[in-house]
Design a binder for this molecule. Structure first.
Ligand code: ARG
Length: 399
């Protein structure tokens, strides 16, 4: 056999039958590589299945903390929400997987890498554009897109080759999971009018049957990084998962949306993102307390651009890097605590405090003895309105 191809391997049906397809089509050895980004990987089962499918090697990377630090955290600091709603769960894990595909390809002297995406989604773009940015010399192969088999054909192929699929949970949905959230597509959801079936959800309680009493979470940030939950310092990945569990138990974090995919299709998407949305809500509130007004307004302007870059597969672009440098500078005062109240699907920010707060009670108070210069306000209002006053005089002041 000539050459090595490193395949992004999930352990599912599609990437399992991709192994023999790659061997036969490219005439190469296949190394299956999987990253644990918080979805829960069973290393023994995964590597047994890859080997049964004919993989020459299996690499499993524990990437939870790396995913939290290098992908979820920058997205949090950017308050990144695609279309104002979707916290980019899958869009953030693809560049991490590409990073490791390229690393393993270099270590094994591979000439190509492969992914199991179809031709209809965003993920193919994220893998291929990500690979082009990190390793323009590597070929990228897309067996699922190229073989274009139905699910039944893929199952028949797996059975004919003796690839064990018994442990595959038979789900009517297409699921992707990581620390930042859970994505749900297909099945009954393809009719945008149909209410999401209860069995689509795994991380969030039904708000109608969530506990009667609220849960209150205090999250501390240091320079825009969440560092503790209710006073207990936690590694970032653990903190994200702990917030997700607490908020999800209260029925918070479901998103049901019509989404514009990069390739031009609208699709109906369901997300469970209790941790991501709770942390973004807390982080935004702390920014409102600590960021100087014009900096805050400018940052809000670039946040949707940041989200689009990540969504559209441009994570490794110079623009994203430059925006990150700006955001990193902006986060210096984002230190303090935010108290969240979660109850029956609703999140409310109940309190915030910071040593860097720009809130000055002696300026804001309506009580006697404040330090605000009321006479200066009169002059300010006069000059602020001066251009309109002059204009109105010329126009005759008509409404
Ligand atoms: N629509 C979302 C996105 O593009 C979720 C994709 C989930 N991917 C998957 N292979 N199931 O980010």
């Amino acid at each position: 056999m000539a050459g090595v191809c490193v395949l992004a391997y999930s352990g599912g049906l599609d990437t399992s039958v991709a192994i023999p397809w790659l061997k036969e089509t490219l005439g190469c050895d296949v190394v299956a590589m999987a990253c644990d980004v918080g979805q829960g990987v069973d290393p023994e089962a995964l590597s047994a299945r890859a080997k049964a499918a004919g993989a020459a090697g299996v690499v499993i990377v524990d990437a939870r903390e790396e995913f939290a630090r290098d992908f979820a955290l920058p997205a949090l600091r950017a308050n990144a929400l695609y279309m104002g709603k979707y916290p980019l769960v899958s869009a953030l894990s693809r560049p991490l997987i590409v990073r490791h595909l390229v690393r393993v390809a270099r270590e094994r002297g591979a000439t190509s890498i492969a992914h199991g995406c179809t031709g209809k989604g965003n993920d193919q773009v994220r893998f291929e554009v990500g690979a082009a940015a990190l390793a323009p010399d590597l070929a990228v192969v897309a067996p699922v897109r190229d073989a274009a088999r139905t699910r039944e054909e893929a199952i028949a192929d797996a059975e004919a080759r003796g690839i064990p699929l018994g442990v595959t949970r038979s789900s009517p949905y297409s699921i992707d999971e990581n620390l930042w959230g859970r994505t749900i597509e297909c099945g009954a959801l393809e009719d945008p009018w149909t209410s999401p079936p209860a069995d689509a959800f795994a991380w969030t309680a039904d708000p109608a049957t969530a506990p009667e009493g609220p849960d209150v979470l205090t999250i501390a940030f240091d320079g825009g990084i969440p560092v503790s939950l209710d006073g207990a310092a936690l590694p970032l990945a653990d903190l994200i998962q702990a917030v997700a569990r607490r908020a999800g138990a209260q029925g918070f974090g479901r998103v049901d949306m019509m989404e514009d995919r990069l390739i031009g299709i609208k699709s109906r998407e369901l997300y469970e993102v209790p941790g991501a949305l709770a942390l973004i809500a807390a982080h935004r509130d702390l920014e409102d307390l600590t960021l100087e007004r014009s900096l805050a307004a400018f940052k809000r302007g670039i946040e949707p651009i940041y989200a689009e870059l990540a969504y559209n597969g441009l994570w490794f672009s110079p623009l994203r890097l430059a925006l990150d440098a700006f955001i990193a500078e902006s986060q210096r005062p984002v230190t303090g605590e935010v108290r969240l109240r979660l109850h029956r699907g609703a999140l409310t920010v109940e309190g915030r405090r910071s040593p860097c707060a720009l809130y000055a009670r002696d300026l804001a108070t309506y009580e006697a003895g404040d330090l605000f210069d009321h006479r200066a306000a009169a002059g300010f209002v006069k000059l602020w309105g001066l251009p309109l006053r002059v204009w109105a005089e010329r126009q005759g002041g008509a409404d």
